[in-house]
Design a binder for this molecule. Structure first.
Ligand SMILES: Cc1cc2nc3c(=O)[nH]c(=O)nc-3n(C[C@H](O)[C@H](O)[C@H](O)COP(=O)(O)OP(=O)(O)OC[C@H]3O[C@@H](n4cnc5c(N)ncnc54)[C@H](O)[C@@H]3O)c2cc1C
Length: 522
């Protein structure tokens, strides 16, 4: 038996929640042999996450799932902050962002997870999902990770030997504890009661995501998708879980908002305390931590689950490059370097939004918080001028990063035409490898022979982008009819960019088009 045959799979994913099922989709699409080990038999039925943004949908677009997922989502048209007396403090209208996806969408988490699981079934020749398999042991050496799991029904133990493992096993991650990675941070004092309901009858502005901002009883009022609705109420210091255990007690909270049994049927409720915690480091040898296993944030910015999905997208293409030997294993170190600052920023935004809805700040600070968190830091593309695509300050990037550089930024996604008249979102032409985009001419000519060889070894493909009035340049080009990407590139004074599979610019002219090193970069 040769060494390759001694592996049960290239990658094991522990946990099949949103982070795990996303990683399974991305790895499956790359053709990577993967085993998923999940303790439960079915999708976790308690809806937790409520919203999905454009960036997350763009990740799923790369595996052809965005349209399917959107069928069960409802675009958030309006977010508002209001007092109980109906004085509106702020209102935000949302639409299609420059990322080329609806900016914010209400979801129903169990349905979304079902769709994602169906997505994985497309790769059943590569991805094996073992339900009812609880991971109870993990060891690794220089060459492999061995994961022991127990079949919950039969008690039978199995050991899978894999090259890499992704711990997607949630906030109390067994893998994180087994690896001895400390979980640092704190848990907030306040207990929140979360009420989920099925909608029976309309009430005024039911469709608006409303933050009832109040010092004593702020409420998050969320129109979930598929006829569901959610309220999140904090318990005051003199209250306990005992005060809100029965439906009758929950109705008293809802009555304060004018909601009664004519409008809804209470479906379930739960108590939560929110965590502000992160694993001290996210990679130990051949094992990486993702999602809640790596970081926990309060829900006010709606970014916890989405951060796990973006973790999965970031690590999956890197694992592919390492597994197929095109880049060294040190590439995996860029996973935490790139993802942790974004998670930290969103955690801080979430905390600030929490203070905002509790009115723990004056008007000036409130307005500043609103602008810095909601408009720009969360990347809500409310208007082209305000568009702040996600960006990476350090990581697998070439050349200068900064205000004036395109490097490290996600590019917008306009609708483009091919010269043969096919029309569609840009990403449809980008594929899942590296792509070089040049303005007006074939960008291949801009690379030195060494650069070309190095990039071609990474599967680089070339695209020419033209304006609709441009008669010059190669025939096989994409036409940016409304000029969104051309304008964006002009803004960073570049006429050629190289994109990673996650649509971030890795290199650009004039800052340098070389393949970034993986060693000595941290
Ligand atoms: C009230 C509330 C509201 C929220 N709102 C939002 C929101 O609007 N937007 C957002 O993005 N996020 C939100 N979140 C956060 C979001 O729900 C979580 O971040 C997300 O579910 C984490 O996904 P995960 O896959 O990393 O972990 P989990 O969903 O916890 O999944 C972990 C999986 O691992 C399995 N598992 C665990 N241990 C083992 C083991 N030993 N062996 C095998 N399997 C195992 C579990 O069964 C589970 O299926 C909210 C959270 C709460 C509590």
């Amino acid at each position: 038996m040769d060494a390759e045959q001694m592996f049960d799979a290239d990658v094991a994913i522990v946990g099949y929640g949103p982070s795990g099922v996303s990683a399974a989709n991305f790895l499956g699409a790359y053709g990577i042999k993967t085993i998923v080990l999940e303790r439960d038999m079915g999708v976790y039925q308690r809806a937790r996450a409520v919203t999905v943004n454009d960036w997350t949908l763009r990740c799923y677009q790369s595996v052809g799932l965005d349209r399917e997922l959107l069928k069960d989502m409802e675009p958030t048209q309006v977010m508002r902050w209001s007092t109980y007396k109906g004085r509106e403090l702020a209102r935000l209208k949302l639409g299609l962002s420059q990322i080329g996806q609806p900016t914010a969408n209400m979801i129903y988490q169990p349905k979304m997870e079902q769709t994602l699981r169906a997505g994985v079934e497309r790769y059943s020749d590569k991805v094996e999902v073992r339900f009812g398999a609880e991971v109870v042991g993990l060891e690794q050496d220089r060459d492999a990770v061995r994961i022991a799991s127990k079949d919950i029904a039969s008690g039978e133990m199995t050991v899978a030997r894999v090259k890499y493992a992704l711990a997607c096993d949630g906030g109390s991650s067994f893998v994180r504890r087994t690896l001895g990675v400390p979980l640092i941070g704190s848990t907030l004092d306040t207990t929140w009661v979360v009420i989920d309901a099925r909608v029976k009858g309309w009430w005024p502005n039911r469709h608006m995501l409303t933050f009832w901002t109040d010092r004593f009883r702020p409420v998050v009022d969320i129109p979930l998708a598929l006829g569901n609705h959610r309220w999140e109420f904090p318990l005051n210091p003199d209250e306990s879980e005992k005060d809100f255990e029965t439906e009758e007690q929950l109705w008293t909270l809802l009555a304060e908002l004018g909601i009664g049994s004519d409008q809804i049927e209470i479906h379930q409720s739960a108590f939560y305390k929110h965590h502000v915690r992160r694993a001290e480091y996210w990679r130990v040898g051949r094992v990486c931590l993702l999602g809640d296993a790596a970081h926990l944030m309060p829900p006010w910015a709606g970014q916890g689950m989405q951060s796990g999905i973006r973790d999965a997208f970031n690590i999956s293409w890197k694992l592919r490059e390492v597994l197929n030997g095109r880049l060294p294993e040190t590439l995996l170190d860029t996973y935490e370097v790139e993802r942790a600052p974004n998670v930290e920023m969103l955690t801080q935004s979430s905390l600030a939004l929490g203070r905002l809805i509790k009115r723990e700040m004056g008007r000036g600070e409130m307005i500043r918080t609103f602008i810095t968190t909601t408009l720009s830091r969360l990347g809500l593309g409310v208007s082209p001028e305000r568009f702040r695509p996600p960006s990476i300050a350090r990581g697998w990037l070439s050349g200068a990063v900064g205000e004036k550089s395109a490097v490290g930024r996600m590019i917008p996604q306009p609708i483009v035409w091919s010269s043969r008249g096919q029309r569609g979102p840009l990403d449809g032409w980008l594929g899942d490898c590296m792509t070089m985009i040049g303005v007006g001419e074939n960008p291949e000519n801009l690379l030195s022979p060494e650069e070309k060889d190095a990039w071609k070894a990474l599967g680089l493909s070339f695209l020419t982008l033209k304006s609709p009035t441009d008669r010059t340049g190669p025939e096989a080009a994409l036409i940016d009819v409304d000029g969104t990407l051309l304008r964006w590139m002009r803004g960073y004074r570049t006429d050629a960019i190289i994109l990673r599979p996650d649509r971030f610019v890795v290199a650009s002219r004039p800052t340098g088009l070389g393949v970034p090193p993986c060693l000595d970069m941290l």
